[in-house]
Design a protein around this ligand. Structure first.
Ligand SMILES: *Cc1c(COP(=O)(O)O)cnc(C)c1O
Length: 449
């Protein structure tokens, strides 16, 4: 099994901005066989860095870090890990450029901070789903080329075109909306035409594609738009070797060819998400669009973990025990008493729940690390809290509970929570709620926090 990612023990953080940051901050674990729980690299002291400017709906976490008192829970984001992951993805992408996907508040890591770290790691493009996300990035003065691909007629097309946001068009109405905006603001709209090649989601189907490219070519000839990209998205990139990927690559090539026949000369063809970036070289084209891997999580967890891919998880989610108590055998725990203590034991109360993004589906299953030992959620995850059975381990209120992180201290990973909740790690990090403050560090944090 080979991945496109080279497996050197160390990578140098390359790309714009890298020189200004500590290049060797992140030493990625050695290649195959290295486990995230193995010998931790020498950790430089954590430096707190300025969180992204607050104010918009998309970077509401920033200001939280400055509230007095220790938060019940916090998500610590290692920006050096994001930089190094992107650098690794740039290596994997070969001659293709990297668009770091920072939609959904940077998969829960903070959109602006994630975008800046990704650009410092060598990404040249930033990708988001919605126009509001794109405009928030522009408002925060994040540089780089910027694409938004999930648009509706009611979006603020004028502001997006005026701000130089590149826009997806998967239907003729979108080309018309772009043309109207271009005329309104006096600048051509830059479009990426979306082909439906087999995902069964957005984009023009094979039968609608000729009309879309012809309409776009006319708008381009009139000077209203520039068609800079043709793109699509894969349905089964995480199922390595699935023939559906080959079929989509072939369909994509045909769509690009039909665009050329219409007289279009797109600068970039792009098809790959994280999974395709690391496992499907033939789908890289000119630009790859990794999201999950930017944050150091494996897009192909059945094949390889983050360490084997040369990635480092950037988010560590911790909480502080809110209560600790001794109870007898047979004590029913949490709603529905789905857990009953098998013997006299100590219960610890963890003050995060499904309102904070801890999946209720991980009741009786989600793993945590307390004082160096793994435990599981005991009983049902509630809105604000859940319980762990600590056995006879001494514990006091305020003790740290690690829900997931990069694994340096033997803590679970986001993928372990994904497995416990029968979902994917994308959802685990993205769903971490606004009530959990994000704290930014630049380098590996070790020890207590
Ligand atoms: C979310 C998304 C990506 C990134 O996907 P990952 O699996 O997180 O790498 C890329 N392209 C599009 C169109 C997306 O919606």
């Amino acid at each position: 099994m080979t991945f496109g990612i080279p497996r050197e023990a160390e990578i140098a953080v390359a790309g714009p901005g890298a020189a200004a940051t500590a290049v060797a901050d992140v030493r990625l674990p050695a290649g195959p066989g290295a486990t995230a729980g193995g010998a931790a690299p020498a950790a430089p002291p954590a430096r707190s860095v300025t969180p992204p400017a607050g104010g918009s709906a998309f970077d509401h976490h920033g200001g939280e870090a400055y509230r007095p008192g220790t938060p019940h829970a916090q998500a610590r984001i290692d920006l050096a890990a994001i930089r190094a992951n992107v650098s690794r993805l740039c290596d994997a992408a070969g001659s293709a450029e990297v668009m770091a996907v920072v939609k959904a508040d940077g998969y829960g890591h903070g959109m602006v901070a994630a975008a800046r770290a990704a650009l410092a790691g060598g990404a040249t493009w930033i990708g988001v789903a919605g126009m509001r996300e794109a405009l928030a990035l522009r408002a925060a003065a994040v540089p780089g080329r910027l694409l938004a691909w999930l648009l509706t007629p009611g979006d603020d097309w004028n502001s997006a075109v005026a701000a130089g946001v590149e826009l997806s068009a998967g239907a003729e109405w979108a080309v018309r909306a772009a043309v109207r905006a271009a005329h309104a603001v006096g600048r051509p709209a830059r479009l990426h035409l979306e082909a439906e090649t087999g995902l069964g989601r957005g984009g023009a189907t094979a039968s609608d594609w000729p009309a879309l490219v012809d309409t776009a070519a006319r708008a381009e000839a009139a000077g209203s738009v520039q068609v800079v990209g043709v793109w699509s998205h894969l349905a089964r990139a995480d199922e390595s070797g699935h023939p559906g990927c080959d079929q989509q690559v072939a369909n994509f090539r045909s769509a690009a060819e039909r665009a050329r026949q219409a007289g279009l000369t797109p600068e970039v063809l792009h098809l790959s998400n994280s999974a395709a970036t690391v496992t499907l070289p033939e789908a890289r084209f000119d630009l790859v669009r990794p999201g999950l891997a930017v944050y150091g999580l494996s897009p192909v967890p059945g094949l390889a973990g983050p360490a084997e891919l040369g990635l480092r998880p950037a988010m560590t989610l911790t909480a502080r025990l809110a209560s600790v108590k001794r109870v007898p055998a047979g004590h029913g725990v949490s709603y529905g008493h789905r857990y009953r203590t098998p013997r006299e034991t100590t219960l610890g109360l963890v003050p995060v729940g499904y309102a904070d993004g801890v999946p209720r589906h991980a009741s009786q299953a989600g793993p945590v690390l307390v004082a160096g030992r793994r435990h599981r959620v005991a009983g049902t995850v509630c809105m604000d809290q859940f319980v762990v059975d600590l056995g006879d381990v001494p514990a006091t209120p305020g003790d740290e509970v690690v829900l997931f992180g990069p694994g340096d201290r033997g803590e679970p990973g986001a993928q372990d929570w994904a497995r416990a909740a029968h979902t994917i790690s994308h959802e685990i990090v993205t769903r971490i709620g606004a009530r959990v403050p994000r704290t930014y560090t630049d380098g590996t944090v070790s020890g207590t926090c």
